[in-house]
Design a binder for this molecule. Structure first.
Ligand code: GDP
Ligand code: MG
Length: 176
């Protein structure tokens, strides 16, 4: 049975948010295609990737949206968020500024942050431990509940499944 013969119970849209170069596109490439590239170009054109998986015996099609480089211009629009059930907010743990940006987004200071229900915070690049500038404590200061904070590495495939499964499972819990 390929994906074509599969009955889809739900389609969940999830959006990726965060500064440029924090690793959004690579974490998504790891999740959707098990791929990783060290010299990834700024995302152009790609709107979303999908992966079909099972949550609580239901077939869920995850539609994960990636900003096509607009984050640089602070131009992520409300159309990007439309219909989304959850968002993944990214920090690059080697860059403090990226964590400050997350705080501003959570506080709604610079960006409209319309999805208030499911927000998970991702501290990416956990493999670069010697360059780490954002301790776990600093991530926690964003006041997101513990299960919604994950330290990931797209390079080493650490916590990638867990991160996306967490947000998808939480969306499922809300709608079921
Ligand atoms: P985006 O702008 O947020 O989409 O960031 P990209 O996914 O394009 O990644 C930016 C850079 O960080 C690229 O050179 C990636 O190879 C690198 N990168 C992404 N994730 C990781 C990671 O987990 N570990 C390391 N060491 N590098 C990463
Ligand atoms: Mg990108």
């Amino acid at each position: 049975h390929g994906e074509f013969s599969q009955k889809i119970d739900y389609v969940f849209k999830v959006v990726l948010i965060g500064d440029s170069a924090v690793g959004k596109s690579q974490l998504l490439a790891r999740f959707a295609r098990n791929e990783f590239s060290l010299d990834s170009k700024a995302t152009i054109g790609v709107e979303f990737q999908t992966r079909t998986l099972t949550v609580d015996h239901k077939t869920i099609k995850a539609q994960i949206w990636d900003t096509a480089g607009q984050e640089r211009y602070r131009a992520v629009t409300s159309a990007y968020y439309r219909g989304a059930g959850g968002q993944c907010l990214f920090s690059d743990m080697t860059k403090r500024q990226s964590n400050r940006s997350c705080r501003q987004m959570v506080g709604g200071a610079t960006q409209p942050c319309p999805i208030k229900n499911i927000v998970i915070l991702i501290g990416n690049k956990s493999d670069l431990s010697t360059l780490r500038a954002v301790p776990t404590k600093m991530l926690r200061n964003l006041r997101l509940a513990e299960p919604f904070l994950l330290e990931t590495s797209a390079l080493e495939s650490t916590n990638v499944e867990t991160a996306f499964m967490t947000v998808l499972t939480e969306i499922y819990r809300i709608i079921s």
